[in-house]
Design a protein around this ligand. Structure first.
Ligand code: TIU
Length: 223
């Protein structure tokens, strides 16, 4: 069975749910709630909360259709052995990665802040990938997992659009995947960066991939 999203941009996106995975990028408390990594960088994290209901609906649809669901978390080992000096020392955040904040140590695996927000919590059987970088393919088992499952197409959601989502979509593009980003299930701290990222992903004949609204995906995916 092929799902045909005629309304996708820049042109129709077709996928077979049996060879497609949903990847939800970094919907963690550290990016979405006050007191975490996102806020330490000086961002207004409340902007990101707007996509939670749509992302939950997208998760529900993919689960109902039996699509492979993968979650990622940007975080580091407690000993910070996978944290490059350049990443820890960059800029002038109010707290650095590994420091103690209100949700535990900033961007460290196992701390409350690194958890996926409760509304989007993984369920049994769903892969959760901890990643030290912006891209989900870098230094993780994602490539091997997708190859083992025979996945050829990816649906993306999560935060932030121009940082971890776009980086992962570009990594996926170079690895031969066809990728669709759900526009109302991704968000940035900078609305103009989100708009620019959506435009650059689908420019030049889908140079990186496709975009569509959740409603357009749902409409196309009837039985
Ligand atoms: N700062 C920012 O916009 N994003 C990140 O640091 N990581 C992710 O996008 N997940």
């Amino acid at each position: 069975m092929t799902v045909h999203i005629g309304a996708a941009r820049p042109f129709a996106f077709d996928f077979d749910p049996q060879t497609t995975a949903l990847i939800v990028i970094d919907m963690q408390r550290d990016f979405i709630e006050p007191g975490g990594f996102g806020e330490t960088l000086g961002n207004d994290v409340s902007l990101l909360q707007a996509i939670v209901p749509t992302t939950a609906a997208l998760l529900g649809l993919c689960r109902a259709k039996g699509v492979e669901v993968i979650h990622t978390r940007e975080c580091h080992r407690p000993d910070l052995s996978d944290l490059p000096r350049a990443k820890r020392d960059r800029g002038a955040p109010s707290l650095r990665i590994g420091d103690h904040g209100p949700m535990g140590r900033i961007l460290v695996a196992g701390e409350d802040g690194a958890d996926i927000i409760p509304d989007l919590a993984p369920i049994a059987g769903e892969l959760v990938i901890d990643k030290p970088g912006k891209g989900a393919f870098y230094a993780t088992a994602l490539s091997d997992h997708l190859a083992r499952k025979g996945v050829t197409h990816l649906i993306f959601a999560g935060v932030t659009t121009e940082v971890c989502v776009q980086t992962t979509m570009r990594e996926a593009n170079d690895r031969g995947y066809d990728s669709l980003l759900i526009e109302d299930a991704t968000e940035s701290y900078f609305p103009e960066f989100k708009a620019a990222t959506l435009a650059m992903i689908r420019a030049q004949g889908a140079i990186v991939g496709w975009t569509a609204d959740f409603a357009q995906l749902k409409e196309a995916w009837h039985d």
